[in-house]
Design a binder for this molecule. Sequence first.
Ligand SMILES: [Zn+2]
Length: 310
Amino acid sequence: MKSTGLICLATLFICLIGHTLFAQRVLIIGLDGFGAEGYKIAKHPNIDALVADGTLSLTTRPVMPSVTMPNWTSHLSGAGPEEHGVVNNNWTIDKHELQPIEADQEGFYPSIFKLLKDQVPNVKTAFYYNWANLIKSFNKKYLDEVSFEDNFGYANNYQKAYDFMLKNQKEPTMTFLYTVHIDHAGHDHKWLSPQYITAIEEADVEIGKLMNKLKVENLYNDTHFILIADHGGIPSGHGGVSMSEMQVPWAATGSQINKLGLVDYPNSNKNTSLVVANIFGLKDIPTSWSGVLPELILKKKNNKMKKYFR
Ligand SMILES: [Zn+2]
């Protein structure tokens, strides 16, 4: 009896420790309209500190056209507009010309949120946004928490994302935290205008506050952070194929990401979800996902995903 009790206790201990240690936590910070040129001009010490232990690309390509909905759908769905069918900002589930090449029961192309819900026990997912159309190409049934912030504000959502990660710290979590205010500054005042640069620097302050709060709660070191953008811009806007529109920052940091600093391997907004899938160890990847897993930035290979390695 005595030894059985000990074995039970040991098993319970291992389960508890394992559960705590291996609960994966990914935070994707999405900054709309944040081009590589703006990244080089603006001062963003908190982003610099965040990516210092990871990998940064300033030559990542958006999918075409270089507009918002196609690119965020690509980031979070591992594929291009050719596959997911979101080719403009007017896409709705009821009205779109190009059908997705594969779809769930409700007609949505498979997102990283669906894959996680299908393959990771107890995973919690969250989606924070302040541009109303953004959520339309994602099936909300795979999201545990959704928060839209009015008037293009984002500070409340940053707080909510923190609360979500804190509350669910013992479970695997995938948090998508997005703001559109940099893009709006570009449209209102032109890309690279003082107001546009200020908008980047304001986002950096909010990111810094969030990082500090995560550090206080000991949640920082075992979180994977991915910082992404959809497109850059030219003074009159975006949607074209100039290099100003077609190069965006892409950064990742965390225990499974190599510390490479600035890299220039060919990267695409289509690759983001494959990196997330690898972090969570997902085995079942939709065959229509056309993104590629960038092997050189990863410490741990998920061998079942071998065909996706560069
Ligand atoms: Zn955009």
